[in-house]
Ligand binder design. Structure first.
Ligand code: KIV
Ligand code: ZN
Length: 514
């Protein structure tokens, strides 16, 4: 019998901490439903004390997801723990994840607390969290740079206080595999009550080692991995869920653990997270990149055709490639549309929203003959992103022209707080002209940090999924837009980012000093 490896997904919490990846409640619910389909064991749905919006998102996820444990993050302070406890109340199974830093540099420079005070606070936090749930996780933040004896002392104390999972974060991605593996071995051997808790690895990818470090931890006794879809996360990101899960599944000869993940849902999860956050997946990304299973060279193709395993260690269909290819078209009815969206985990709160989405679908079907699941996903994401609460700017119409030898031009009409305004601009290309026209009306003063368009499906009639990242005064936001016309999708993405920039909601960062 293999041990069960708990898959703890933190796309909605640590993943959301990537600059510009912040998600609305509806987006979090959609992703959480897909994570439930993927059968992850635990979904860290957010940091409820960050803002009222974050609290409500965790609460909403806790009430819709039934088959995964819902976790809320809390610093080791009263307000955070109470907020997390309240947010997970509706969950079938709820967990509070509380943490405090234990490395000398964090204790001295960030917390300004002595090691004794840190131990005392950690124990207090775990006991307080136990008032809300008996499923309590504790993390000694920056464990990867903490003193081993001190870590042992803190962990022994929090297990005695009632922590059931001990998560070991390599917060700054400093560790290397043999060292991180050894850390788990040491902790499990040295801590007298280590058998009373599950040990977990939480790795960041600053040196590109997050997955390798996580797997080294598993080889040395870790029985939970914290990870995100597509490795989303601050800086270089977190451990990629799809990579650890497939490594464990593919190399059953060396891992004495197994997960309950339904790997066929991996690609759908990857696409959903990418389209909601605007963080594109690089083509050569393991498992979910467009080239992950593509064989270019004749020798490889020949080998794969003769016997698949000559060059393939995994089956593309096992991670969801070539699945969900159900085609819809202009003759598909409202009911078929609604049913397929439900199967894809997308539901509408009101009939009116469904009707609007159906009209957009019909409009798309007039322009594109075959509509795949990816198109439906892009259509709904686009619909949601164009509905940012209290949005100030909306695209009304766009006319763009380009001609060899002439300067490309764009005329954009927008609604600004309900009033229509138009502007004409020229640029180096039609997209540049469109952005200049928009800027001439809004004068945002933001800097464009990223602009990318990816095709949702194959073919030149594909929808273009556009991501725009804007920065202003240190604040970074991502905007998305989707349309078969990439100039329109670009304008939508730019306007979506502007609306997010105007939203003044302040969020606390969990790792900032209290
Ligand atoms: O990286 C980290 O240390 C974290 C903690 C909050 C667990 O994300
Ligand atoms: Zn982290």
């Amino acid at each position: 019998m293999k041990d069960h490896l708990v898959i703890f997904d933190t796309t909605l919490r640590d993943g959301e901490q990537s600059p510009g990846a912040s998600m609305t409640k509806e987006e979090k619910i959609r992703i959480a439903k897909q994570l439930e389909k993927l059968q992850v064991d635990v979904i860290e749905a957010g940091f409820p004390a960050a803002s009222q919006g974050d609290f409500e998102s965790v609460q909403a996820v806790a009430s819709v997801v039934k088959d995964s444990t819902i976790c809320g993050l809390a610093r080791a302070v009263e307000n955070d723990i109470v907020r997390a406890g309240e947010a997970i109340k509706a969950a079938n199974s709820g967990r509070i994840h509380t943490f405090i830093a234990t490395s000398p540099i964090h204790m001295e420079k960030k917390l300004r607390m002595s090691p004794d005070e840190v131990v005392e606070r950690a124990v207090w936090a775990v006991k307080r969290a136990r008032d809300f749930t008996d499923n309590v996780e504790f993390s000694p933040e920056d464990a990867g740079r903490s003193d081993l004896d001190f870590l042992c002392r803190v962990i022994e104390a929090v297990i005695d206080a009632g922590a059931t999972t001990i998560n070991i974060p390599d917060t700054v991605g400093y560790n290397v595999p043999h060292q991180f593996g050894q850390l788990f071995k040491n902790l499990l051997e040295k801590i007298p009550n280590s058998d009373k808790a599950i040990f977990s690895a939480h790795c960041h990818n600053d040196l590109g080692l997050a997955v390798a470090n996580s797997l080294a931890a598993v080889r040395n006794g870790a029985r939970q991995i914290e990870c995100t879809i597509n490795g989303l996360g601050e800086r270089a990101g977190n451990t990629a869920l799809e990579e650890v899960v497939m490594a464990v599944k593919t190399r059953q000869d060396i891992f004495d653990v197994d997960t309950r993940v339904n790997t066929r849902e991996i690609l759908a999860a990857s696409r959903l997270v990418s389209s909601v956050t605007g963080f594109a997946v690089q083509p050569n990304k393991a498992i979910v990149g467009a080239n992950a299973f593509a064989h270019e060279s004749g020798i490889h193709q020949d080998g794969v055709l003769k016997h698949r395993e000559t060059y393939e260690i995994m089956r593309a269909e096992d991670v969801g490639w070539n699945a969900n290819k159900m085609v819809m078209g202009k003759h598909s009815g409202r009911n078929a549309f609604k049913t397929r969206l439900q199967e894809l985990g997308m539901e509408f709160e009101t009939e009116q929203e469904l009707n609007e989405a159906f009209m957009r679908f019909k409009d798309l079907a007039d322009r594109k003959h075959e509509i795949y699941d990816e198109d439906l996903q892009a259509l709904v994401t686009d619909n949601n992103t164009q509905r940012v609460e209290n949005e100030i700017y909306q695209l009304v119409s766009l006319k763009a022209s380009s001609e060899t030898g002439e300067s490309p031009q764009a005329e954009v009409t927008m609604s600004v707080n309900g009033d229509e305004v138009s502007a004409l601009a020229s640029g180096s290309g039609v997209v540049d002209a469109t952005f200049k026209a928009i800027e001439s009306m809004v004068n945002s003063g933001a800097t464009l940090q990223l602009y990318s368009v990816s095709n949702v499906t194959d073919g030149t009639d594909s929808m273009g999924d556009t991501a725009v990242r804007l920065e202003k005064g240190g604040r970074i936001v991502n905007g998305q837009g989707a349309d078969t016309d990439i100039v329109t999708s670009s304008a939508k993405a730019y306007i979506n980012a502007l609306n997010k920039l105007m939203d003044s909601t302040q969020k606390a960062h969990p790792q900032a000093p209290v």
